[in-house]
Design a protein around this ligand. Structure first.
Ligand SMILES: [Ca+2]
Length: 214
């Protein structure tokens, strides 16, 4: 039972019966509605913030990844390995196992080839292609092989001792190299008799070349 005094001039008292049970129920529903509205507003704000943060994180990560990839690509460009070497003079009677020193290298990208030792040192793991050509002399032989760390990989036999002509022989190989592996051309057998550096005009005829495929 609730009594409410009205304005003075009416001089009356309004009496009303209110079902408090019902009012409690409506009040309860109203509060629930307000609370859920407030919660959903707050949740929406939170979700928005979360999405924003995540987006920013993904963007930062993506930018870092792209940056790394660009660096790798630039690095790959810098890390090319290729050489082309030849002789500056003829060589005679080289014994078995002698390293053939191609002492001129007009091309030595990556600096793996050493004109003093005649050896190529691998600076980066990968597949490498090697090729070499030797020019012997009239009635002379020149027999050689590609060695990697002392193991014979491929031979190149110019057996010309019974003809008066001058001849070249070539051989090539692909080898899986690891950083620090060393490749060179060495004399095999007892027929490293004669190696010409040119046939005419000083154009290199005996050459050693190699490059990284991948
Ligand atoms: Ca022969």
């Amino acid at each position: 039972m609730i009594s409410m005094p009205l304005v003075d001039n009416i001089e009356a008292t309004l009496k009303a019966d209110l079902d408090v049970t019902k009012m409690n129920k409506y009040l309860h529903e109203y509060i629930q509605q307000e609370v859920s509205l407030g919660v959903s507003k707050a949740m929406a704000g939170m979700v928005e913030t979360m999405v924003e943060n995540k987006t920013r994180a993904v963007q930062t990560e993506l930018e870092a990844k792209i940056g790394d990839k660009m660096k790798q690509l630039n690095q790959k460009d810098r890390e090319k390995h290729a050489f082309f070497a030849h002789l500056s003079s003829n060589k005679e009677n080289l014994i078995d196992g002698t390293v053939v020193i191609f002492n001129r290298a007009p091309l030595n990208v990556g600096g793996g080839y050493d004109t003093a030792s005649g050896k190529f040192t691998c600076k980066e793991d990968g597949l490498y292609f090697f090729s070499w050509t030797t020019l012997s002399n009239s009635r002379k032989d020149f027999t050689s092989a590609l060695f990697v760390n002392g193991n014979g990989i491929a031979e190149n036999i110019v057996d010309n001792d019974e003809t008066i002509d001058t001849m070249t022989g070539s051989s090539s190989a692909i080898f899986q190299m690891r950083k620090g592996d060393v490749a060179w051309i060495g004399v095999v057998g007892s027929e490293g008799t004669y190696l010409r550096h040119t046939w005419v005009n000083g154009i290199p005829a005996s050459v050693f070349t190699g490059f990284k495929i991948d």
